[in-house]
Design a protein around this ligand. Structure first.
Ligand code: COA
Length: 178
């Protein structure tokens, strides 16, 4: 079952995330970061054991980001990751947020779930706030992917998110030609 995370889940969430971070598949998370962001998180629980987690962070009125998606490596390939992403989709719908994005190495997995590759530059500036903490910030090889929920209406009268500026040095975007 998937449910909202509680304070009691945090050590296990950290263990799952950091086991993948040690292999370079995702960013390490400190306990402080997890406590601060806990309201964004859901966990997959089976027989009282947490087997996976995911966060959905609101970026703008029309965009939320799937973060910290991780399944215990002993339980991968059983549909848990898919269910966790579908939780983020239902959460975005509940919030009336039309687009969900991910920065990932798992292109095939996200394609199966309706995400499409987009240029990193098409995402708003705010997306890159975590990059300062990333060891790969000077050679980012993550793929930007977006899924649009076509049944969620385009929000009215919302200012456009500040874009990622062209020609400004943001390490993850590499050299931008003018
Ligand atoms: C990526 C991850 C979350 C997938 O979770 P999972 O529970 O193993 O995936 P699922 O079993 O739900 O797979 C759903 C579908 O995607 C496919 N899939 C899963 N991982 C895949 C991969 N690496 N490449 C291609 N397809 C993949 C499955 O075969 C399945 O296809 P099907 O619906 O046709 O049967 C998990 O492997 C993981 O925790 N990886 C390490 C951390 C990570 O990379 N997180 C993503 C950060 S954005």
């Amino acid at each position: 079952m998937i449910r909202a995370a509680t304070i009691h889940d945090v050590p296990r969430i950290q263990q799952i995330i950091n086991s993948h971070a040690e292999l370079g598949r995702m960013l390490f998370k400190s306990l402080a970061q997890l406590y601060e962001d806990l309201r964004d998180f859901a966990v997959y629980e089976e027989d009282g054991q947490i087997l996976g987690c995911v966060g959905l962070t609101i970026i703008w009125a029309d965009l939320a980001e799937v973060r910290s998606l991780a399944v215990d490596s002993a339980y991968q390939g059983r549909g848990i990751g898919k269910q966790l992403v579908e939780w983020t989709v239902s959460e975005a719908r509940r919030l009336s947020i039309r687009k969900i994005m991910s920065l990932t190495y798992e292109q095939r997995f996200f394609e199966k779930l309706g995400f499409e590759v987009v240029p990193k530059e098409s995402l708003p500036l705010k997306v890159w706030s975590d990059c300062v903490r990333c060891p790969k910030r000077d050679g980012c090889d993550e793929i930007a992917m977006v899924r649009t929920l076509h049944d969620v209406p385009v929000p009215d009268g919302v200012p456009v998110a500040p874009p990622t500026p062209r020609g400004v040095s943001i390490p993850v975007l590499g050299q931008v030609e003018d």
